[in-house]
Every structure is written in structure tokens, then in C-alpha cells.
Write a protein that binds this ligand. Structure first.
Ligand code: AVI
Length: 332
């Protein structure tokens, strides 16, 4: 087994995770404008549906970032010269895009290790297993744990310079204040000179965005409705997902795609674990997700505000997506 499960996580019983889910559902459905936190998309079924989304013709971000990662290997490689380094990836998923970069660095004979970090043991185990087959020469050490515990854990085990990857515009699922806090917490776990490669989905024609989040095959719709199915499975909910519609819109004031489920009728839904019935009025909405889109100036500003220096920003040929390389600046 080439991964570790951090104790803090192992000790967190399944039951307490479920309690947290129940608590968050109670909070979200008790609010004046109902919502569910987007982190609950990613159970096994949700992760599978997300992988399907990334293969859709309309969902461009994965393809665009793939094009960038295919190209930037030499520049990343040059930064480290002959220095050994560690690549840490936050929320690696199936690692398809990252493998491009890893392959290049292996071929260039770089001395580095790769540490995929994820809260889900099955995600880390799956990726470590598949890398063992596709990249047998690669030193892979997965870490199952909370992002920040994991960064601190790695910090204590290796003195090498770090390159942290947070790809796929995952940062876009945080609202701006929370994104800034998240980036500052990464900064806090790293040393002066360490690097962060971040994926950002750029502002573009609104029609392109609307198509990406309202695909014709209905996979995004299913991805959103899975949230209700998950409540049924894990919290003994009684949702009939056919009575909800998916609605994805672009909010130009916020600069973000927003996803909602809309109740198509006046209905009452019982959730066993909460011993409570919730009322959903006809046309009432449940907010599920923000997907922020950025300008290059936003990327520069966010770096400065959180203690980083921008080394490079690479864009795909359509200028739809950017990967930015930031460097930690600390007063030493
Ligand atoms: C994971 N995240 C960056 C995706 C996004 O584009 O915000 C999740 C997603 N939601 C609907 N489609 C994809």
C-alpha cells in the first residue's frame, strides 16, 4: 500500500461524518433561501458523474487544461534544474491531466515524488494503484486526509521544495472570501519559494458557459439530482427527484455560474435521520453550487492578497482556461 491514512481522519468515525451531513442538510433546508453545500456532490456516484461531465463535448474546462498541461512540462522542469522536489496534488480525482505532467518530468529524468492528497481513501487508493501500472518508475506516496493536515504532515517528512497542484478550477467552487482564506491557509503550510499551480476557468462568452453547465445529455442534471438521492440513501430521505428540475445560470454581477434545483410542485419531504418534514413550495429553489469565472487581473490580485508572486499564467488556445504558477513569498 503506497499511501497513508492520517490518524485525525481515521479516528473520525463514519457516524460523525454522517452527523455532519445531517447537520448541514438541516441548516441548508432551514434557511430562508434553501441551499446544500457543494462538497456533498462527491459521493461515489457523484464522483462517477463528475468524471462523465469532464468527458462531455460541452464541458470545455478539462479539455482546455489538458492542452495547457501537455505544453508546460519543459517550463516546470526548468524551474527545478537539478533540485529534488515533491509534487503534492490536492483533490487529484482520477489524475488523468496530472499524468501528462508526471510523464514529462519522468522522461526528463527529474528527481521528484508525487503525493496525491484526498479526503477519500478510495480516490487515493485508485490513483496510486493506476499510477503503479502506468508510471512504474514514479515514487508515489498518497495521503488520505484533510488538505491542510496533509500539507503539514508532508512538510515534516521532506525538506524538498514543494509544487502544490490545485487544478480543474476547483478554486472556483469557493466564493471569493472563502477562496482567499483557503489560499492563505495553503500559503501558511508552505515555505518561502514553494510553488502552487492553480487552474482557473476564465470569463468568456456566456453561451459557452451556459452550455457547459446545461449539457444536452443531462449528465449535469443527474449530477445535481444525485444530491437528493444521496440524502435518500444516507439520511433516509424521501425525495422524488423527478419532482425537481435542474437550473444552471450565469450571474454576471458575481461572475459565476450558479446551479439550483427547482421544486416543480408544492411538496413535503420527510428525512428520517432528521425526523423532520420539509416543505418545498412550487418553484422554490435549492442553491447547490457556484463556479466562479476569472479575469487575468483577478488571478493577479488574488495572488498578491494571499502572499504569492505570479511566476507565469498559461492559457489554452481558445483563452478559455488558465493555469497560474504562483510562488510563496515569506519574509525570511
Ligand atoms: C469541480 N468543479 C470545478 C466543477 C465546476 O465546473 O465547477 C464541478 C461541476 N459542476 C457542474 N459541472 C461541473
Amino acid at each position: 500500500m503506497n499511501y497513508v491514512v492520517l490518524d485525525a481522519l481515521r479516528n473520525q468515525k463514519q457516524a460523525s461524518l454522517r452527523n455532519q451531513f445531517a447537520f448541514d442538510v438541516l441548516m441548508g433546508f432551514s434557511a430562508k433561501s434553501k441551499y446544500l453545500p457543494s462538497k456533498y456532490f462527491y459521493d461515489a456516484r457523484g464522483s462517477e458523474l463528475f468524471e462523465q461531465i469532464t468527458d462531455l463535448e460541452e464541458y470545455y474546462p478539462t479539455r482546455c487544461e489538458y492542452e495547457i498541461l501537455e505544453r508546460i512540462g519543459p517550463e516546470i522542469s526548468a524551474i527545478f534544474h537539478d533540485e529534488a522536489f515533491d509534487i503534492l496534488e490536492l483533490g487529484a480525482g482520477d489524475g488523468r491531466k496530472t499524468k501528462l505532467l508526471l510523464s514529462y518530468l519522468l522522461k526528463a529524468d527529474k528527481e521528484f515524488s508525487y503525493m496525491p492528497i484526498d479526503i477519500s481513501e478510495s480516490a487515493v487508493a485508485g490513483l496510486c494503484g493506476s499510477l503503479g501500472e502506468t508510471h512504474p518508475g514514479l515514487q508515489t506516496n498518497g495521503v488520505v486526509g484533510d488538505y491542510f493536515d496533509s500539507l503539514r504532515y508532508v512538510e515534516h517528512r521532506s525538506a524538498n521544495r514543494k509544487l502544490v497542484l490545485f487544478l480543474g478550477s476547483n478554486i472556483g467552487n469557493f466564493d471569493i472570501p472563502n477562496a482567499l482564506v483557503f489560499l492563505r491557509m495553503i500559503w501558511k503550510c508552505l515555505n518561502d519559494g514553494d510553488l502552487l499551480l492553480l487552474g482557473f476557468d476564465l470569463k468568456k462568452e456566456i453561451d459557452v458557459l451556459l452550455r457547459a453547465y446545461n449539457d444536452t445529455k443531462g449528465v449535469t442534471r443527474e449530477f445535481n439530482l444525485n444530491m437528493l438521492d444521496r440524502i435518500n440513501r444516507e439520511l433516509r430521505g424521501e425525495f422524488d427527484s423527478d419532482r425537481f428540475a435542474h437550473y444552471g445560470l450565469y450571474n454576471p454581477a458575481r461572475g459565476a455560474m450558479e446551479s439550483y434545483l427547482i421544486s416543480m410542485t408544492n411538496q413535503e419531504v420527510y428525512i428520517g435521520e432528521l425526523e423532520k418534514t420539509f416543505n418545498f413550495d412550487d418553484h422554490e429553489s435549492i442553491h447547490l453550487e457556484f463556479s466562479y469565472k476569472y479575469l487575468l487581473s483577478d488571478i493577479e490580485r488574488m495572488a498578491g492578497d494571499t502572499g504569492f508572486r505570479v511566476l507565469n499564467i498559461w492559457r489554452d488556445s481558445l483563452n478559455w482556461f488558465a493555469d497560474a504558477l504562483w510562488q510563496v513569498r515569506k519574509e525570511v
